[in-house]
Ligand binder design. Sequence first.
Ligand SMILES: *Cc1c(COP(=O)(O)O)cnc(C)c1O
Length: 225
Amino acid sequence: MKQYSNIIAERIEKISATLPQGVTLIAVSKYHPVEAVAAAYAAGQRHFGESKAQDLVKKHEALPEDIFWHFIGHLQSNKIKYIAPFIHLIHSIDSLRLLQEVNKQGAKVGRKIPCLLQIHIAQEETKFGFTPQECINMLAAGEWRALDNIEIRGLMCMASNTDDEQQIRAEFATVNKLFHTIKERFFAESEQFSVLSAGMSDDYPIAIEEGSNHVRVGSAIFAME
Ligand SMILES: *Cc1c(COP(=O)(O)O)cnc(C)c1O
C-alpha cells in the first residue's frame, strides 16, 4: 500500500501541475478502496467522484469532512436520499423527473443541491443524458424554475470511446457551444451556471482546450501498474 500511495501522490501532483488555473480536478475513486482516496487526500486532493451511491456514502463516512464529493454515475431515484445531505455536485441529471426527485430530497434536508445536466453527445447508445435539443426543450418548458432545492450549475458530458481525436474534439466543442447557448438564454442573470464537466483520463487535455473547467480523472490517478 505504501508504494501505491506514493504513486497516487505523484500522479496527483503531476496532473495538477499541468491544469490551467480555474480547472478543477475531480479524482474519480470508484472501485478503489478508502486507502487509495486517503493517499490522494494526503497529497492535497479534495474533490472526489464516485458513480455508486452506496460507495459514496461509505467513503464519505470513512474519510475527512472537508472532501467535496461529486456524484458522476447513473443516479437511481431511490438512492438520492443517501447522498442528499452532503453531496457537493451531482453531474448526471438526465431527466426533469430526476431533477424533481433531487429537489424533493433537497427540501427534506434543507439544502439547495447543485446539479449538472448530462448531455448525450457520444456515438454509443449506451450512454445516458439529454440530447442537446432535449436539454434546451426541458429548460424552455420552464418547470425547473419552480424547484427551490436544486441549482443547475452547468453541463456534463462524456465523449465517444474512440481513438479518433478529431471526433472527440468535435464532441467537446459541440457541448461547449451548447453550454454558452444555454447560459445566455436561461442563466444570463446569474453566476450559478458556470461548470462544464468534460474530460476523463484519456481525453481531459482535449476537453480543457475545448472549454472544460471540471475534469473527471480516474485510472490516470488510481490504476495499479
Ligand atoms: C469512470 C468515469 C470517469 C473516469 O474515467 P477514467 O477513464 O478512469 O479517467 C469519468 N467520468 C465518468 C462519468 C465515469 O463514469
